[in-house]
Design a protein around this ligand. Sequence first.
Ligand SMILES: *[C@@H]1O[C@H](CO)[C@@H](O)[C@H](O)[C@H]1NC(C)=O
Ligand SMILES: *[C@@H]1O[C@H](CO)[C@@H](O)[C@H](O)[C@H]1NC(C)=O
Length: 478
Amino acid sequence: MANRNTQPCGFVSRKFFSCSLILAIVLVLYCILFWGSTAPLAPINSSLLPNEKAFSLIENQRIPLRDEMGDHLLLNHEISSLNRNQPEEQELKKCDPSKALFKVFMYDMPPEFHFGLLGWVADGKSVWPDIHTKIPPYPGGLNLQHSIEYWLTLDLLSSRLPDRRGPCTAVRVEDSREADVVFVPFFSSLSYNRYSKIEPPEKISRNKMLQQKLVSYLAAQEEWKRSNGMDHIIMAHHPNSMLFARTSLWHCMFILADFGRYIPYVANVEKDVIAPYKHVIKTFVNDTSTYDDRPTLLYFQGAIYRKDGGKIRQELFYLLRNEKDVHFAFGSVRVNGINKASQGMHSSKFCLNIAGDTPSSNRLFDAIASHCVPVIISDEIELPFEDVLDYSEFCVFVSASDAVKKGFLMKLIRGISREEWTRMWRKLKEVEDYFEFQYPSRKDDAVQMIWQAVARKVPAIRLKVHKSRRFSRFKSGR
Ligand SMILES: *[C@@H]1O[C@H](CO)[C@@H](O)[C@H](O)[C@H]1NC(C)=O
Ligand SMILES: *[C@@H]1O[C@H](CO)[C@@H](O)[C@H](O)[C@H]1NC(C)=O
């Protein structure tokens, strides 16, 4: 080794080159490990270090760990159920704000941006409803798919209630200077779903008006000016939400369904968080079905699209329509169709998730709630929490180009053994809670998983904000 390293630089043999490449990789790996293990010990005032707690994610075994058997992954709730002598005790314990992973400052924005969109009228005392007495309901049906804005806001609102139960990954603080991130409570998906039509005599829709107002509101805030919005969280789960404001606010962290309708600098996997859809299919409670109990081999029900990525739905329809044991039907799952679709998915072994007019859809989360092994044909899909979840353990991925080859898909699906299917089915039952939205939120449900995903980005946000300040403190002139 030493000899090779002391060779003169001009003398680059192939061997030397690959050797130094390996050395470099080892060095980088070593640095990463070394840095990871020492960062929390760095002599920095710990109140400056949200990352210390983010690192403890790993110590707390939030990241799935391999068990002794080798091929079975232990997930959080399994680990906690292993340790849990008094079931639910952990769950019901009061939230301890000092144990939260990070602190959030939430703007007290006028109700027209949030609960006002649900028809709630403020009583003049607060811009927020008194969630102790009555929580304004979110509209049902397909609106619910994008309701993350509602669940996250409720979780923050309740995080300081004296009798708050359950976990608090994120805790609200009154002083923005204490906060790690700033939360913008705009219900942008609901605004898009409900108020996109122009109502004369208005010249623009309420949805567009609210977005314009939001941009001016934020630009006027001290918190926004301090970081240029880099530490702000804006929810835009519906792919068409925030259409008018997104390019003005692109420094922020978005919470999104996918990046399909975004240009890369506005939204990307480095700075943003992908959140699940709320499933509309009923959860399969007490599912004891076996491979043979589910008569349909492959299930798809969805809208038909003729443009962009959606063309593949049509091609697959022609390929699969005459296959035995396959249910392939067009027509979106409307509210009255939900029962039928629940039944269909609960009695199918595999459920197709094909790119529509956007790479993501709620169908994946419907399949997970049904324990119907998802078959994902969507090359551009982004999956929630993929840094801690290995989807290949409970989903089958097929590239679009393979899927449209004659016979390819059915050969693949029929080739998956009963044992393999059962393994994936069992895994689905283990992970399903990660995709469950509810209030009050429970340990490691979708709300807490989203907050944990945000927490993992806090150190990177901090780095960006600090960097941006290098030259700003002592500006010459003015
Ligand atoms: C960290 O800073 C805070 C506020 O500046 C202070 O109250 C606290 O005592 C400091 N902690 C340590 C360990 O120095
Ligand atoms: C599921 O099983 C539990 C415990 O056996 C039972 O209490 C509950 O009622 C069942 N739920 C449904 C929907 O069947």
